[in-house]
Design a binder for this molecule. Structure first.
Ligand code: ADP
Ligand code: TRP
Length: 350
């Protein structure tokens, strides 16, 4: 059972971020960023949304590419409608206190459990020539991002659930060792019944930035690209007999359709699948049309922000200032708890 919550309490502190590697896709949008936007619009709790540029260092990006992805991710947050007046938006690398907490939390992470993390196992298969220690301790840095603001709710997609469990483990070990209740247990957050998992257009697995570009719909894809990608989305050969169960490919395509098309349209196509009259070409055209209606205004908004470098810079600076205030307070208390401070010192003479 995945631990998550779809409720926000008055005392909750919300923290989340997306790694700035490449361009965000609709999985990132529905799994994470849309929830940031909706939370900022609906609640008055403290909200910290950052661009996880340090996490992207694990794949050794070219500095120019990294600069571009950081900037692009920020423009995407804003273009999706995230209000910088209501949420603190910043680059992860601008809050040095996180780097320090990462070091401390490393003392509470066991090598074995880090090696068993699903994302680590996946990464070392994909990135065989670069299995660095940053990949291994990726969940520790993520815990530091959350605990530095004493975060309690973390809007993320399903793939991050294990990382959140590890954050709770590291925080609890710290609490236990120092006999304190300093860190609260953060939970993954979603507005929906379950954590979101947007499938890949390849028919298998989740949509991901690190897979073939044709298998993901990016938030800056043109209308023509969206149409082309959906046209090529993998399906099965068609239902062989009435009332067949949906194959994995078709379940995934219907999941994507549900994001954009009205319920009655989805039901019509489900009915056509059940009575074997479905035409996949028509279904894909319908999804493309509805997807474009949703995504084109977002893309235009992103383009507007991309053209306003100065505004983006100001938002990132002001966000970093606010995030640093909250982080500094946490870190000073952590240092006190750990005995890394000269405050209240009792010198031992022998
Ligand atoms: P990617 O796997 O594409 O590199 P990230 O790991 O950077 O994505 O994830 C950024 C955020 O987007 C996380 O909160 C993650 O849970 C969410 N996310 C990524 N892919 C999906 C997906 N296919 N469905 C739902 N949420 C997703
Ligand atoms: N691991 C997340 C991703 O793959 C990014 C991330 C880094 C994050 N630190 C976080 C998400 C803290 C939520 C909270 O994109």
């Amino acid at each position: 059972m995945t631990a998550f919550s779809n409720k926000i309490e008055k005392s909750d502190i919300i923290v989340s971020g997306v790694q700035s590697t490449g361009i965000l896709h609709i999985g990132n949008y529905y799994g994470a960023v849309k929830n940031y936007v909706d939370l900022a619009a609906r609640i008055d709790n403290p909200l910290y949304f950052f661009i996880a540029d340090l996490h992207s260092l694990t794949s050794h990006p070219d500095p120019k590419d990294l600069m571009h992805s950081r900037y692009m991710t920020l423009a995407i947050y804003l273009g999706c409608g995230l209000d910088p007046e209501r949420a603190t938006i910043y680059y992860q690398s601008d809050v040095y206190y996180t780097h320090e907490l990462y070091l401390y939390l490393n003392m509470f992470a066991n090598i074995g459990e880090l090696e068993r993390t699903a994302t680590f196992k996946e990464k070392i298969q994909k990135q065989t020539d670069n299995v660095n220690a940053g990949l291994l301790t990726y969940p520790v840095l993520m815990a530091a991002d959350i605990l530095i603001h004493k975060g309690t709710k973390v809007p993320v997609g399903k793939d991050q659930a294990q990382h959140l469990e590890m954050t709770r483990t590291f925080g609890n070990r710290f609490n236990h060792y120092y006999n304190t209740s300093f860190f609260k247990e953060p939970l993954a957050f979603t507005f929906t019944e379950n954590l979101v998992n947007i499938p890949s257009l390849s028919g298998k697995g989740k949509m991901s930035k690190s897979d073939d570009k044709s298998t993901a719909i990016y938030l800056i894809d043109s209308d023509a690209e969206i149409e082309k990608k959906l046209k090529r989305a993998v399906t099965d050969a068609g239902p062989q007999e009435p009332n067949s169960a949906l194959t994995e490919e078709m379940k995934n395509l219907f999941d994507i359709m549900r994001l954009f098309s009205k319920e009655e349209i989805v039901n019509e196509y489900l009915k056509a699948y059940a009575d074997c009259s479905i035409r996949y070409g028509d279904m894909k055209k319908q999804i493309a049309q509805d997807a474009i209606t949703t995504l084109a205004p977002i893309r235009h908004n992103i383009e507007k922000y991309l053209g306003n470098k100065k505004l983006l810079q100001e938002i990132a600076w002001s966000g970093a200032e606010k995030a640093n205030q909250s982080a500094k307070q946490t870190l000073e208390e952590v240092r006190d708890i750990m005995g890394l401070t000269s405050k209240n010192i009792h010198l031992r003479v022998n």
